[in-house]
Design a protein around this ligand. Structure first.
Ligand code: ATP
Length: 247
């Protein structure tokens, strides 16, 4: 059984049919990438898994550790161990790095009253572990989040999600707008997180960067999965890359 199983989901924004019988699986412990052009349906896929609405998921099933989560509200999906870092990195600019990290704890405590039955264990991850994974944030604990660089804000957004101790961390275009050197720093952080035991589903338009850390890749095109294979296979498959990713 895979950690995450998405089976034949159909998702809509009003009457626009976006995801068409989309299926994918993420195995425990891996870094899996979902690649595709602008507008292919990547964000819609992550929102469908996370229980975020819209879109409206009208058919199919999402299972996490074998349990169906597709009918659950987003808060309960998060409590069951799925973390999502959305495209727009939401940090509180006028709070320090450390205050931002404490806020995620508040959010978790509040949702505990709703989600207690969903996730039996799952304490917040200690700040010391977070700082170990993100030495940059450690150095900037008392700095206002708004004054961090784009890459550091991305790391803070990821760190906030990690505080909830997710088993699966879904990242929506974490490299967007970052300089190549900074992308490497974020990649290193994602690799450290994965090595420490968190499974990662990475959505990217930057196929080269995603393939460099992903074990396996899916390509989505017009709401359908059109490729499923390991990163090396995709790296060697010029035709598929050209056709669906333009690289
Ligand atoms: P991007 O890199 O642009 O985020 P993506 O692969 O993540 O691309 P989605 O954001 O999932 O693509 O969008 C898939 C399709 O759904 C696009 O045609 C987009 O215009 C449409 N769409 C996305 N969000 C909404 C919304 N809230 N309402 C209506 N249509 C939407």
């Amino acid at each position: 059984m895979s950690l995450l199983e998405v089976e034949d989901i159909d998702a809509y924004y009003d009457e626009s049919h976006i995801l068409r019988s989309l299926s994918l699986e993420v195995e425990q412990g891996e870094v899996c990438a979902l690649l595709g052009r602008n507008g292919a349906g990547k964000t819609t896929t992550l929102r469908s898994v996370a229980g975020a609405r819209p879109p409206d998921v009208r058919a199919g099933t999402v299972r996490f550790r074998g349990d169906t989560v597709s009918e659950m509200p987003a808060e309960d999906v998060a409590m069951s161990g799925i973390g999502l870092v959305p495209e727009e990195r939401r940090v509180f600019p006028n709070l320090t790095v450390e205050e931002n990290l404490h806020l995620s704890q508040v959010a978790r405590n509040r949702s505990n009253t709703v989600g207690r039955s969903v996730r039996a264990s799952g304490d917040v991850r200690p700040l010391s572990e977070i700082y170990e994974a993100f030495p940059r944030l450690d150095e900037r604990q008392n700095q206002m989040a708004g004054t961090l660089s784009g890459g550091e804000q991305q790391m803070l957004a990821i760190a906030r999600a990690l505080r909830q101790n997710p088993d699966l961390l879904m990242l929506d275009e974490p490299y967007e707008g970052l300089a190549p050197q900074i992308i490497e720093d974020v990649e290193d952080a994602v690799e450290r997180i994965n090595e420490a035991g968190t499974t990662v589903l990475l959505v990217e338009q930057n196929a080269a960067a995603a393939m460099s850390i992903a074990d396996r890749c899916y390509i989505i095109d017009q709401g359908r999965i059109v490729f499923d294979g390991d990163s090396e296979t995709l790296r060697d498959d010029d035709e598929t890359r050209q056709r669906y990713l333009g690289v």
